[in-house]
Design a protein around this ligand. Structure first.
Ligand code: ATP
Ligand code: MG
Length: 443
């Protein structure tokens, strides 16, 4: 689940969304900052104009007494919370505020310890007038309100927009992830050799991913039909050559019969053995082709794997003894698998034969059944990791096995049967030796 979300966050749509959100945030914040600055400046200019008019009126008389009288008259009627009036003249301070004042000109002023009748902040302007300094200050409440309004606009527009865009991004990323998941699953099946795998119908309207999907389906179709054709050709060849080769075998046998006793040459013996090998190779090729054709699944029935393995091991006991191999079976747990008993028996036979044939005398061969999992392990030379895929190919044998009998088809047949059953085949290191692990589906 967490991995899913990490994938979604790393997906292209989500990255695009995050980039878009970041860009949107930067642009919005810049716009807000510019607007804020402009509004602030306009308010400040307007406040200065008002303060200038106020200062002009109060200092109109032009003499200190007149100014002090004008300030006293108005400040008597004015609440310092809205408007501060003050004249610092030769005879002291006149006005409705006598606390500390900041410097010259127009400025914002924050009374240090605002008494109850003062606002939090003021816009102040001082001017030198006859007899001293005249100061008028307007409450800055309007600025604070502006700030509040901006804060609200920010949280009511910016935040929901960001959340909405993020949600939309997440949704499209999840949709894309589902489509990609379907494509990946199909590719996996194709890679695993199931050339009939096709993409399921992808939900939602067609997009670039569905075009990729269509491409994959076409590719799989082409691959499937050419593999099918190849398979057909090799099956046909095997089939067509089988009869003449069998006739050749019969003719060799007849020739031997017609010759007087003891005259059959060694060459004839070798030819007969060769032909017998060819017949069995063709036989195997044909059965692999038949199994890969996906033939008799309908014949599948519950098979007791452990009983089958025990029977096969008993059958090979004499051969094992002949080659001084120790063959043993261990059943850890029993379960019935669904399959074709004869084909599964062939698989076990091929694996035991390999273990007996490709390991030196004295090696141990252990068959372990654990539920639907069969392991055939030997203590021979094993198969190097980079050869483990190749030995599954038809007719492929390791160089060192060239002198042993066999045609390199045993493991191909094992793989074909395991695939037919929907199981898994794994060649592993047994340190030393080879361990073949087959897992079959249970009933
Ligand atoms: N148990 C094993 N230990 C070592 N090498 C093995 C083992 N099993 C198979 N091999 C190697 O893999 C090759 C392919 O095996 P495969 O069973 O397909 O063919 P084969 O045994 O040579 O002939 P056959 O068609 O008679 O089975 C073998 O030739 C051998 O080199
Ligand atoms: Mg073999």
């Amino acid at each position: 689940m967490t991995a899913d979300w990490r994938d979604i966050l790393r997906s292209t749509p989500m990255r695009l969304t995050l980039r878009l959100v970041a860009l949107f945030l930067v642009i919005s914040l810049l716009t807000f900052a510019a607007t804020w600055w402009l509004a602030n400046k306009t308010l400040l200019d307007a406040a200065e104009d008002t303060l200038d008019v106020e200062l002009d009126e109060l200092s109109a008389s032009g003499d200190p007494k007149g100014i002090a009288d004008a300030v006293a008259a108005i400040s008597n009627k004015t609440d310092p919370e809205n408007l501060i009036l003050r004249y610092d003249g030769t005879h002291g301070i006149v006005g409705n505020y006598d606390g500390a004042l900041p410097g010259e000109g127009l400025r914002e002023f924050d009374p240090d310890d605002p008494a109850d009748h003062l606002s939090d902040r003021y816009i102040l302007k001082s001017r030198d007038v006859p007899g001293g300094q005249l100061t008028v200050g307007e409450s800055a409440d309007a600025f604070d309100e502006l700030r509040e309004v901006f804060g609200q606009v920010l949280s009511f527009t910016l935040l929901p927009t960001v959340l909405l865009v993020l949600a939309a991004g997440l949704l499209s990323a999840r949709r894309a992830a589902r489509r990609l998941g379907a494509i990946e699953a199909t590719l996996d099946r194709l890679r695993g050799g199931d050339l009939s795998a096709r993409l399921p119908d992808l939900p939602g309207p067609a997009d670039d991913l569905s075009r990729v999907g269509i491409g994959i389906d076409r590719l799989a179709e082409a691959q499937q039909s050419s593999t099918e054709a190849l398979r057909q050709v090799s099956a046909d060849i095997a089939h067509d050559l089988k009869t003449p080769i069998q006739r050749l075998a019969v003719q060799l046998a007849q020739t031997r019969d017609e010759l007087p006793e003891g005259v059959a040459s060694q060459a004839l013996d070798r030819a007969e053995a060769e032909v017998a090998g060819i017949v069995s190779t063709f036989q195997s090729l044909l059965s692999i082709a038949q199994i890969e054709g996906g033939s008799p699944r309908a014949r599948f029935q519950p098979v007791d794997l452990s009983a089958l393995v025990t029977t096969m091991a008993e059958l090979y006991e004499p051969a094992a003894e002949e080659g001084s191999h120790r063959l043993s079976v261990v059943v850890l747990s029993r379960s019935a698998v669904l399959g074709d008993r004869a084909l599964l028996g062939q698989v076990i036979a091929n694996l035991i034969e390999n273990a007996l044939r490709h390991t030196p005398p004295g090696s141990a061969v252990l068959l372990t059944v654990d539920g639907p999992r069969l392991t055939v392990a030997d203590t021979g030379p094993g198969i190097p990791p980079d050869e483990r895929d190749k030995v599954l190919r038809r007719l492929y044998r390791l160089d060192r096995s060239r002198s042993t009998p066999g045609s390199g088809l045993g493991l191909s047949l094992v793989e074909a049967v395991v695939k037919l059953h929907g199981g898994k085949l794994d060649l592993q290191e047994n340190a030393p030796g080879l361990r073949v692990v087959i897992t079959l589906p249970t009933t």
